[in-house]
Design a protein around this ligand. Sequence first.
Ligand code: EPU
Length: 426
Amino acid sequence: MKKFIIDGGVRLHGEVKVSGSKNSCLPIMAATLLAPGKHLIHGVPKLGDIHTMMQILRVTGASVDWYKGAEESRLKDHTLIIDTSEVNNSEIPYEIVSKMRASFLVTGALLGRLGSAHVARPGGCAIGHRPIDEHLYGFKMLGAQLEEKHGYIHAKGNSLVGTEIHLNEQSVTATENILLASVTARGKTHIINGAKEPHIIELINFLNSIGTEIELENDIIMINGRSSLDQLHPSEYEISADYIEAGTLMIAAVITNGDITLIRARWEDLTALITKLQEIGATLEKTNNGIRVKKNNVSKPCSIKTSPYPGFPTDLQPQLTSLLSIANGTSVVTETMFEQRFNHIPELVRMGAQIEVDGRSAVINGVQSLSGAQVMASDIRGGAALVLAGLSAKGKTEISRIYHIERGYEGLEVKLRGLGANIKKV
Ligand code: EPU
């Protein structure tokens, strides 16, 4: 099994280009099902979760390939060519859905395209029990008939009708799934209390590029339904930078007292993290093509509470916990989204961190430095937190089960090496 081995203590410096956003790509790949034809999606990160979504699209009858040739300069190494002309299968088996919860995103798109979707119910995962009641509520409100049998959700609806949908939870994938289903619903759909993460905005932009009419006004997502698929057409689209990868690399700069510039990172996506990093003592500046982060003093403690965008992202909580574990004082991290998102903490404690978990909060008493140890990744972001801890620790850190990290970060060790880190994959 592959591992990362890190010799900590090197200050990172230099420039790094942020990859395209995984959590934008996944719903956009599902959205291509709505418009029959050949889509070109640029800037797609080559990651485990993207390969799973490619597999799902192929199951529906789409053809999906990375662009490999060189004859057209606008087509690059990270361009996906998705041809959805022949899509005809609406059953997505458990073997695929069990690999990645976001597989369930194709439900809304298949309902829109084929009038039915038969998708295995996603189970829990390493970060907790993750319900889908909000997704199902939205489909039902649009007029879909739902049945659950043998672990599958069967959704049918040839003539969905737009309506007002009030979500109880600002769920990212529920908002995306409902958006996808409502594109072909007759009349207007309003999603109230939907999520507004940068990847939701990006999905809206992509959908509008295939011919939908969607606006975000006063925090309400308004969809003017298209009565026929003929009104939609394939698109060529460039995915923007992954703000969670950018945030992870920003924390890497701070935890190593380094100085790095993240090319393509967008300031407006990351204000919650930027404010906290400034409080901790880092200097951040907007450059003409990204964000520069530097720090050369002891970190100050701070407290955070995760919440939907524009609040502090749960996907950056584990990484910030690593940083706070070497701050000069006591910090409190409160996780409100996922009940098991402290899986990295026992591993950080093995590296010398002093952290007590009390329900949904972790109280961190900063230590002067962490020490390298053998640790294990158990989810994407918790795994990234261990990499950051290893970069700052004294001595050697060995991280196993890095397949979790590789589901969400493309070439993390290559990027870190380019910034001077002593990290290798063995
Ligand atoms: N929730 C419900 N009912 C639902 C759906 C969600 O109660 O039907 C609750 C959840 O229990 C949770 C909260 O709503 O407390 C937010 O969960 P959400 O549904 O927003 O999570 P998700 O859509 O399954 C996406 C990202 C996650 C990210 C969360 C929160 C994708 C593909 N996944 O998941 O990303 O942590 O939003 O921002 O976009 C990751 O990239 O590592 C990752 C886990």
